[in-house]
Design a protein around this ligand. Sequence first.
Ligand code: FA5
Length: 335
Amino acid sequence: MDISELVGSSEAQLSGIKSPEDLENFRIKYLGTKGLLKQASDQIKQIPVDQRRAYGQALNGAKESISAAYQQKKLEMASVPAVLTGIDVTEPGRIHCDPYRPGTLHVIQQTIDELTDLFGQMGFSVADGPELEDEFHNFEALNVPTDHPARHPLDNFYLEQLTGGAPRMLRSQTSSVQIRVLEKSKPPVRIIAPGRVYRPDTVDATHSFMFHQLEGLYVDRGVTMIDLKTCIDQFARAFFGASVKTRFRPSFFPFTEPSAEFDVLFTGDNGQNRWIELGGCGMVDPNVLTAVGIDPEMYSGFAFGLGVERIVMRRHGIADIRDLFENDIRFLTQF
Ligand code: FA5
């Protein structure tokens, strides 16, 4: 058998191979135990003694080059995208493989959904407003005058004005949605507005520079403080359980009069009780109603703004707000 002819024919055949089946047939034909190389090797006995050495060397060279060419082709075919060789990469995982593991909603979103349901049962529908706000909606219409400390540049994220116009800011409270809603609708109004707010607060166990609030607003004829306290108490009992301990502390907000802060009792890891502030609330200040063209002699209302992270922390016994934003999958999958 002519060795160089054998190598030549193997090269020609290999270059035309397109499927793994053909490649395997090639291997059997040339490199198999009864293949052409083995047959050539068996023929050595018929080769004249003085030519055997040269024949043997040529045969070894042929084995090496055909094996190397075969391995190379095998590698090339393995790197062809799976989809081209008939494997459907979109097919769902099999039971014995790693099955699909769907993600879960973040515990903050779960809580917002639950609160939306709960307040929905009390007749509140959901309203929305922009996170990028102007000072009118975030402050002015809410009775917060220009010189009020809450408007200080160091206490807010103001945006650089590139095109002129009214200064813009990341809203510091969802109370801005009260104005957005009252501008568009006439009483009775009964809405909640969950969403993100931003403040350059120093981050610690209970403060973040971005957090979520859930605003509530009810404006109608004859709304009183009793309606406000009943609404907040109903929420707390439904959400935390009937035995939850709550308190209202007198407070001040420019857009409510009177105003209060609303706390629930929290038992920490060390078993110690402490009051945790969930939000602010009060009766809508008549100036706010006037600013949006509603007659305060005819209508009254209450408003509240709850801190969603604080609610999540109280519910699940989370001592540090930062755990909610670190995106540690081991933490998140607990909820
Ligand atoms: C307000 O933002 C008022 N807009 C609430 C309000 C609405 C009052 C309607 C009256 C009527 P305050 O700044 O207290 O209030 O924030 C409300 C809640 O947000 C706090 O009680 C707390 O639960 C939460 N909160 C405030 N700052 C942070 C922070 N840095 N990180 C996490 N939660 C915060």
